[in-house]
Design a protein around this ligand. Structure first.
Ligand SMILES: [Zn+2]
Length: 208
């Protein structure tokens, strides 16, 4: 009688942990599984004795992307997509409020808003979208300062600068920045909790 002893090693993947993490691909909070690949000594193809760990990774259960375990140290943070949406909404509203500052809406201003918004949001906005935003802002009735005070928490410094720049371009669209528009810009920066020096820096850079 001949016994053939078959032995070897093979990798066995197990789930070492799970929870929620900030998935870089999804740009959002997602459930994950922390997988560990361990080499096992096998006998007749059955893994019997655990040997060394040969790999570890974290898998997003939503998009199935895999990452090094260090990804779990990324701060969960607020939902990036939501922040982006709020930022775009703020830019849109601020540009419309700037456009309404001189009491009239001209086509040049609408075109400027479309161009600037397209660059900032990497998407197009139609004349009708702007008209809807105008109606929404009129229905809302809040001026620049109360509106911005309600969204300032969701904007970072770079976002604030872009909002100010966008407003400046709208103000400058009709050829000059009126005293009323300059006041509005300053009011905007104050509502964004930007220091006067920071605001002046941004405006000087644009006016140069
Ligand atoms: Zn994901």
């Amino acid at each position: 009688m001949v016994f053939l002893i078959i032995f070897g090693t093979r990798g066995v993947t197990t789930t070492a942990g799970s929870g929620e993490f900030h998935c870089p691909d999804c740009g959002a909070k997602r459930p994950f599984e922390h997988k560990r690949v361990r080499r096992f000594f096998t006998l007749y193809f059955i893994p019997l004795i655990p040997l060394d760990t040969i790999g570890e990774y974290v898998e997003c259960l939503h998009c199935r992307s895999t990452y090094k375990p260090a990804v779990l140290e990324l701060l969960p943070g607020p939902d990036e997509k939501q922040i982006e949406a709020e930022f775009h909404a703020a830019v849109r509203r601020v540009m419309v409020l700037m456009m309404l500052a001189d009491g009239r809406i001209d086509d040049e201003e609408i075109e400027t808003i479309r161009t600037i918004y397209g660059k900032i949001a990497s998407t197009t906005i139609t004349k009708e979208d702007i008209e809807r935003e105008v109606a929404a802002s009129q229905a809302d009735g809040r001026g620049l300062r109360p509106y911005l005070s309600s969204v300032v928490g969701s904007l970072n410094d770079a976002g604030k600068e872009i909002v100010v720049k966008a407003a400046f371009f709208v103000a400058a669209a009709d050829g000059d920045v009126s005293a009323e528009e300059t006041n509005l810009l300053a009011e905007l920066a104050a509502a964004l909790e930007m220091s006067p020096a920071h605001f002046k820096g941004v405006i000087d850079q644009l006016a140069a």
